[in-house]
Ligand binder design. Structure first.
Ligand SMILES: [Zn+2]
Length: 134
């Protein structure tokens, strides 16, 4: 199986974002997670009237991957439908670190796909090796 390009993943994330539930902010986000075995999982942001209960698209997609048995993830792509930059929040960067994500495809200022390394987005990260996790 060939590796998907950043543009392909960004396009898939943008398509997923069409299903986002963002009635309060209007900031619709989609994400795609690629597992080490090549499976892909999508997620969208799900807002809540109690703002703290809102779920990010990336966390949603990672949860779907884990629920399907994936434990090793390689890439996460994120796209926002409002244009401009779209980067994962700090919490989602930490969620990615847990499952070994190496590449994060973000959306640049002109809406383009940019491939970044997670270690550049989350330097000196607290990872599962510290506590001896799986
Ligand atoms: Zn997030």
């Amino acid at each position: 199986m060939s590796n998907p390009t950043p543009d392909e993943l960004h396009a898939q994330a943008a398509k997923a974002a069409e299903a986002a539930y963002a009635p309060y902010s209007g900031y619709r986000v989609g994400a795609v997670v690629v597992a080490a075995d090549g499976r892909r999982f999508t997620g969208v942001n799900v807002e809540n009237v109690a703002y703290g209960s809102t779920i990010c698209a990336e966390g949603n997609a990672i949860s779907s991957a884990v629920a399907a048995g994936a434990r090793r993830l390689t890439t996460v792509a994120v796209a926002g439908l409002n244009g401009g930059e779209c980067y994962p929040c700090g919490n989602c960067r930490q969620l990615m670190r847990e499952f070994g994500v190496e590449t994060v495809v973000v959306q640049g200022a002109d809406g383009e796909a940019l491939a970044c390394r997670l270690e550049d987005l989350l330097p000196h990260a607290f990872g599962p090796e510290v506590l001896g996790g799986d």
